[in-house]
Design a protein around this ligand. Structure first.
Ligand SMILES: NC(=O)c1ccc[n+]([C@@H]2O[C@H](COP(=O)([O-])OP(=O)(O)OC[C@H]3O[C@@H](n4cnc5c(N)ncnc54)[C@H](OP(=O)(O)O)[C@@H]3O)[C@@H](O)[C@H]2O)c1
Length: 313
């Protein structure tokens, strides 16, 4: 068994913004029964990372307390497997999520766990690099869950709000693969990035419903709001029934929200397979060495990234 004794981990000792993040030397965690230890090579960031560590009340809702780790998505290589583990062995490439502790050299994962409790792990297929795999867990599962709610297919015109973000890049491409026409909201500066994903860009902000109507005079049949409420409201204005609208960032009475935790089993494996087959890609907005974690979080928290922000370890 690998006996690494020290490890680096990004931690919070008090709640707040990126300035609270500290890269520390910590004892390397060890895999117990039913657990694997992963040497993390890349960790993808999500808005939830800085949101849930911003204040004590929010952290408590996620079961977090100080000192607290940081980051939830990861990719790397198994370097320990505890007693009773089947399906994973040292040397296996893996990716997944573990709530608020993945920006670290090592993360211990319960192989029977979930992202919220114990962490989860999936095999990384050949043809998917670690930076890409490190962006899949939260955003990929959430996009998949959102697609399951509105079930876009051939004949559908789907409006995606916040289409260029971490979740949006998966949602747009998965909807296109399902055969739908996709209109994606973004700033004017995001138009080319949205087109490259297969979406027809439409700028967000006042008058959204009118701009969508001009682009799709035949109507919109489904919508997912990945940013707030504007897209869901525009969809209602355009006559989309509530049953074909979903949200992920907020709740709207009458509309079924989507949550990554409810993604179908195998959803991430399917996304990884599509990437390996060259049918889906994960734009990496930026990557940073772990020493620059604060800069990375500031960029992510600006809410204008295209795709994923990744930390290299
Ligand atoms: N329920 C769940 O399970 C779940 C899971 C993951 C995420 N979420 C939530 O879902 C939201 C999206 O997550 P994410 O990872 O995609 O975030 P993200 O990567 O930070 O999203 C960035 C995108 O938001 C767009 N944006 C900025 N202002 C906008 C506006 N006013 N209207 C529409 N789009 C706007 C940006 O487009 P421009 O650059 O063109 O401005 C950018 O492409 C977050 O609030 C997150 O907390 C929920």
């Amino acid at each position: 068994m690998h006996q690494t004794t020290t490890s680096r981990a990004v931690q919070f000792e008090s709640f707040g913004g990126p300035e609270m993040l500290i890269l520390r030397e910590v004892p390397a965690p060890q895999a117990g029964p039913g657990q694997i230890r992963v040497r993390v090579t890349a960790a993808g960031l999500n808005p939830m990372d800085w949101f849930m560590t911003s204040d004590a009340a929010t952290a408590a809702r996620f079961g977090l307390s100080l000192p607290c780790g940081f980051g939830t998505d990861y990719a790397g290589v198994v370097d320990q497997a505890g007693a009773g583990v089947t399906g994973f062995a040292p040397g296996d490439r893996v990716f997944g999520g573990a709530l608020s502790r993945t920006v670290a050299d090592h993360v211990v994962i319960d192989v029977a766990g979930t992202i919220a409790v114990g962490g989860d792990a999936h095999h990384t297929p050949d043809g998917v690099d670690d930076r890409t795999a490190a962006g899949l867990a939260i955003a990929g599962s959430t996009a998949s869950a959102a697609l399951a709610v509105v079930a876009p297919g051939p004949g559908d015109t789907l409006l995606v709000g916040g289409a260029g973000g971490g979740v949006g890049v998966f949602a747009v491409q998965l909807a296109r693969l399902a055969g739908a026409r996709v209109l994606g909201t973004g700033s004017a500066a995001s138009a080319a990035a949205l087109r490259a994903l297969g979406a027809e860009p439409v700028t967000y902000g006042d008058g959204l419903a009118g701009r969508v109507r001009a682009l799709a005079p035949g109507g919109v049949t489904a919508a997912m709001d990945l940013h707030g409420t504007e897209t869901a409201q525009a969809a209602r204005e355009l006559g989309v029934p509530d049953g074909r609208i979903t949200t992920i960032a907020t709740q709207i009475a009458g509309i079924t929200p989507a949550n990554g935790a409810n993604a179908a089993p195998g959803a991430l494996e399917e996304i990884a397979r599509l990437i390996a087959a060259g049918r889906l890609r994960v734009p990496i907005a930026a990557s940073f060495p772990v020493e620059r974690i604060r800069d990375a979080v500031e960029l992510q928290a600006g809410r204008h990234v295209h795709g994923k922000v990744v930390i290299d370890l």
